[in-house]
Write a protein that binds this ligand. Sequence first.
Ligand code: BQF
Length: 284
Amino acid sequence: MAKLIDGKAVSARLRQEMKAEVEALKEKGITPGLAVVLVGEDPASQVYVRNKIRACEELGIRSENHLLPADTTQEALLGLIEELNRREEVSGILVQLPLPRQIREEAVIAAIAPEKDVDAFHAQNVGRIVQGSYRFLPCTPAGVMELIRSTGVAVEGKECVVIGRSNIVGKPMAMLMLHQNATVTICHSRTQSLAETARRADILIVAIGKAKFVTAGMVKEGAVVIDVGMNRDENGKLCGDVDFASVEPKAGYITPVPGGVGPMTITMLMRNTITAAKLAGGLA
Ligand code: BQF
């Protein structure tokens, strides 16, 4: 029987501290502000954007929501970003991904001022993360690190396996674990011995994007299992990349979906927005 890692509870604790920090900053004349840009009407993206705006409201962070039609040109979006780069009351800029086909995501990410890049996707911020000299941490990996921390299980020296190699989760995740002195292995769709490799993990992080992909046979007894997946199962129910019913009896700790990594991603976005405001105000 695994212990459940409650992402909502860890989130609530961190947000309480961050709310106090926002109040203290406001007394110094610094109001953190987040600009959220959504192009098109993808229903999942709409939910994510709403979650981000709501978290800003909860913490007293100023937010603005820019909703653009699905046929927006890249030029128009880059124009908006230039304006947001210039405006002082905008501490952080978040462009919700994925973007419609006519817009190149790399061009948009490159256009965001690195000091306002609260997703930490800009090449300059990615470089800083690799070098270990970062200001912003990528939101989902940072949230996962906080969840692991909440278990009290040490990362140092452990066998950590990341399943998935995306630029948004898998790659930066591996880097953060490495910074904490873990021995890190990244598995992906072409990995030949995925089950055997996963079974070695003291800490297993799953971000592969396939519903219920990880079953008990791929998990070491007592492992910490972190599920980054966000899928719909055959009944349309939200589910992760881990087959929870199968893995839960074997794991030492496990995150649920929903209520695990998701809320932490949003909380870490709030942390980055506060950091961006401090940077702009000369406090970081
Ligand atoms: C929860 C995301 C895939 C692709 C793009 C809370 C969120 C989700 C779940 C949320 C996600 C996933 C976000 C829960 C933001 C996390 O209670 O379990 C919050 O809003 N997320 C995103 O912006 O883009 C994604 C997943």
